[in-house]
Design a protein around this ligand. Structure first.
Ligand SMILES: Cc1ncc(C[n+]2csc(CCOP(=O)(O)OP(=O)(O)O)c2C)c(N)n1
Length: 633
């Protein structure tokens, strides 16, 4: 029997003799590679922290000690070590364990996450609570170097250093965010890790201290250690952290589990805010020889022996690709276009733009708020910034959108990938809120294309709109069809809807973006039953097409907006208010995602759960029609 099979909880890890831990780590690594080859998921980050997770499990007393992993995408080894090995093959599957950490999944998951850089603040909160409650336990935040590009990490760090509380921060430095890490902090950390002066001084100090140890007694030895410590502080790399109030230790080899245990045991004995700098390799042990580590960050199912991706089903391109290609092409026509990503060049499709227009491309790190205000600055100077951020991550930039962009009517274009249901990433990554939060922003244009050609057309409309911000949302999915080249697509006329089907049954379905497909299908089902409904694509959610709406309310008794976003304060609610003014007798019955969270599952299943399928839409329209018919005329 392998060692991992014998681990049914963290206490089994602690029982192992230390010398067996490298073998356990090797088994964990293989288990990760095998399981993720079928489920897909964040393989690279987990492979990088196998030894770190084992050392933390070994040294600390979780769940009494609070271990807070940032993001949680790297914590698959932690799941294996904390009693979830048997359920691991259900990773990211419907009904299975989450791809991130969740408080309701295990007592060892102290803080649910999915978005980056929350660990420092959450851990400090736990440390303060411990002190107020006069408890005694450790609190450990494990944070990646990518998360150190995010302002939130510094807010936590600044507060933690100043507080003087007992808190251990482990900085997991692999030089990577999803893509190679960016920014001054990244450069600083890599200088720390590779600085020959530092390493020489450290070795020299070690030699001198050992010689002193050998020659004289313990008092001098302690003195020598203190000298070493203060010299270290003088020349050493952690100065920045020291200045912030954290004692810096490291850097240490994050793949030497015994060395990690030694370091953590020593640091655990100390008090105050402490930071251990651990050097790891993203994707360590993955079978594929691949210089591009970004390819390991999140991977679709692959062959576990070779690491090669399994052949993807043929078909139309992903929305991400349609966007990336179109933006790259449009940039040829519009030299004023610049593209901005917050650490997600491949995820947003802007990596294509980067290759063609490197000097007009900006990866600002995991810094959505900064990306937005940076874009606002660019826009003040006549450039046309296109900010490509997932719907869920743009939540981080809400104040920047209102205060820095919208109030000043700056023409920043926001392109929101992963809008709507996101599938196996689950509840933390849902793109269900952007319609509601963007409709509330003054001067913001809100749009959603129903196919790739319309996405390109809306990008052109956005470029023609110079009087304020413009947003375009599209899902984590394949586009319905391969679009024509951007040069062949014209702008969508500003503020217009499109009649897809003219019916006479008194009901109009008003789908947003990709919901057009379900709405047309529903209309087909209803037509077969003799109910002839209209379908109008609301590609502009704001401003609405007032002229067409005026006609619609004359010809229909019921309007049924359909959106793949929260129904609370969504497009339906927005439209209802307008219709209330325009034609109070017309009923607006919105269909959208209900006010609840959604578990990880295939996107199609999540749409079903939310009632966003053709069948559900047809059933709702049928019922509404019957209710109207029953009313006295
Ligand atoms: C607010 C936010 N923006 C973007 C992301 C997408 N994202 C997930 S992991 C990651 C990189 C994190 O890098 P790091 O913290 O160094 O961890 P590593 O993957 O290298 O272990 C990014 C950008 C996110 N999770 N949260």
């Amino acid at each position: 029997m392998g060692l991992l099979e014998g681990i049914s909880g963290i206490e089994d890890v602690k029982r192992l003799p230390r010398e067996q831990l490298p073998a356990l780590c090797a088994e964990i690594r293989q288990r990760l590679i095998d399981v993720v080859s079928t489920t897909g998921g964040h393989i690279g980050a987990g492979l990088g922290v196998v030894e770190l997770a084992a050392a933390v499990a070994y040294v600390f007393d979780s769940p009494r000690d609070k271990i807070v992993w940032d993001v949680g995408h790297q914590a698959y080894p932690w799941k294996l070590l904390t009693g979830r090995n048997d359920r691991f093959p259900t990773l990211r599957q419907q009904g299975g364990i989450s791809g991130f950490l969740r408080r309701d999944e295990s007592p060892h998951d102290q803080f649910g996450a999915g978005h980056a850089a929350t660990a420092m603040s959450a851990a400090l909160g736990m440390a303060v609570a411990r002190d107020l409650k006069k408890e005694r336990h450790d609190v450990v935040a494990i944070v990646g170097d990518g998360a150190m590009t995010c302002g939130l990490s510094y807010e936590g760090l600044n507060n933690a250093g100043h507080s003087g509380r007992d808190l251990i921060v482990i900085l997991n430095d692999n030089g990577m965010s999803i893509a190679p890490n960016v920014g001054a902090m990244s450069r600083y950390l890599s200088n720390v890790a590779t600085n020959p002066l530092y390493n020489r001084v450290r070795e020299e100090l070690k030699r001198v201290t050992q010689r002193v140890d050998a020659m004289v007694g313990h008092g001098v030895q302690d003195f020598a250690r203190r000298v070493e410590e203060s010299l270290k502080n003088l020349v050493l790399p952690g100065v920045l952290f020291q200045e912030l109030g954290l004692r810096y230790f490291g850097p240490v080899d994050g793949h030497d589990v015994r060395a990690l245990i030694d370091s953590l045991e020593k640091i655990r004995q100390l008090r105050g805010p402490r930071l251990l700098h651990v050097l790891t390799e993203k994707g360590k042990g993955f079978p594929l020889e691949e210089p591009d580590r970004e390819k390991f960050h999140a991977r679709a199912p692959y062959d576990p022996a070779t690491g090669e991706l399994r052949a993807a089903a043929a078909g139309p391109p992903l929305w991400t690709k349609v966007f990336g290609d179109a933006l790259t092409q449009l940039a040829g026509e519009h030299p004023e276009i610049v593209a901005i990503t917050a650490a997600m060049p491949s995820g947003t499709g802007t990596g294509t733009f980067q290759k063609k227009w490197p000097e007009r491309f900006f990866d600002v790190g995991i810094a959505e708020g900064h990306a937005t205000t940076f874009a606002a600055g660019l826009a003040t100077q006549g450039l046309r910034p296109v900010v490509a951020i997932y719907s869920t991550f743009l939540q981080r930039a809400y104040d920047n959108i209102i205060h820095d962009v919208a109030i000043q009517k700056l023409p920043v274009i926001f392109c929101l990938d992963r809008a709507g249901m996101v599938g196996d990433d689950g509840q933390t990554h849902m793109g269900l809120y952007d319609i509601a939060y963007l409709l509330a922003v003054p001067n913001m244009v809100v749009t959603a294309p129903r196919d790739g050609a319309e996405l390109i057309g809306l990008l052109r409309s956005a470029l023609a709109h110079t009087d304020g911000p413009f947003s375009i949302r599209y899902p984590r999915d394949k586009a319905p069809a391969e679009p024509p080249p951007a040069a062949e697509v014209t702008a969508v006329p500003f503020g217009t809807w499109e009649v897809l089907r003219q019916g006479k049954g008194g009901v109009a379905i008003l789908p947003v973006g990709v919901m057009c497909a379900q709405a047309m299908q529903a209309a087909g089902m209803l037509a077969a039953e003799g109910l002839d409904v209209s379908v109008v694509s609301c590609r502009f959610l704001k401003p609405v097409d007032r002229a067409l709406l005026a006609t619609l309310v004359r010809e229909h008794k019921v309007l049924v907006p359909v959106e793949d976003g929260v129904v609370t304060n969504g497009f339906g609610a927005y439209l209802a208010e307008i219709v209330q003014e325009l034609a109070p007798d017309v009923r607006v019955a919105a269909i959208g995602s209900p006010d609840r969270t959604f578990e990880h599952a295939p996107r199609a299943r999540q749409l079903e759960w939310a009632g966003l399928t053709a069948e559900h839409i047809a059933a709702r329209v049928r019922a509404l029609h019957a209710e109207e018919a029953a009313l006295p005329s």
